[in-house]
Each structure stands twice: as C-alpha cells, then as structure tokens.
Design a protein. Structure first.
Length: 86
C-alpha cells in the first residue's frame, strides 16, 4: 500500500493580503505555514484569552485581519484568515 500523500491544496503556496502580511510576513506561503506563524504571533504577544483559551484577543494588526473584531474564537479565526489568502 502506498503511503498517504499530504493534501496538495493545503501545501500550495498562497498569496497573502497586506493586512495578513503584517502578522505572518510576506508570502506566498502554504496555508499550514500561515497558521503556524499566526500562532507564533498570538503566543508571542500573549493574545490568547487567559480564561477561555479558545478565544483570541486581537491587537491592531489582527483586528485588520479579523475584519475589525476585537475577539474571535479559534474556529472563527481560520475562516477570517482564509479571506486573506488567494
């Protein structure tokens, strides 16, 4: 049996919006790398809510990515970030 291949679409380098580039750096980069860098940014800045770890409290840069929202859930974050990838 052949080894399972990684999802090619997930690994495809994507164009990153200017707003998202402020957080994760200039693209293109695969979605998986964007998510990784996003979490590094969130952890470095202490933006994960201390009481509810599923919530992210946005700073000015993340607010631009999150469409002006101050707090988003992890699940909401992935769909909001998708809008900045093409």
């Amino acid at each position: 049996m052949a080894p399972k291949k990684a999802n090619a679409a997930f690994m495809k380098p994507m164009k990153i919006s200017d707003e998202l580039a402020e957080v994760v750096g200039k693209g293109p980069m695969p979605r998986s790398e964007v998510v990784k860098k996003l979490w590094v940014y969130i952890k470095d800045k202490g933006l994960q809510d201390s009481k509810n770890k599923r919530n992210i409290n946005a700073d000015a840069n993340l607010k631009a990515v999150f469409g002006g929202k101050g707090t988003v859930t992890m699940f909401e974050m992935t769909s909001l970030v998708s809008k900045h990838l093409s």
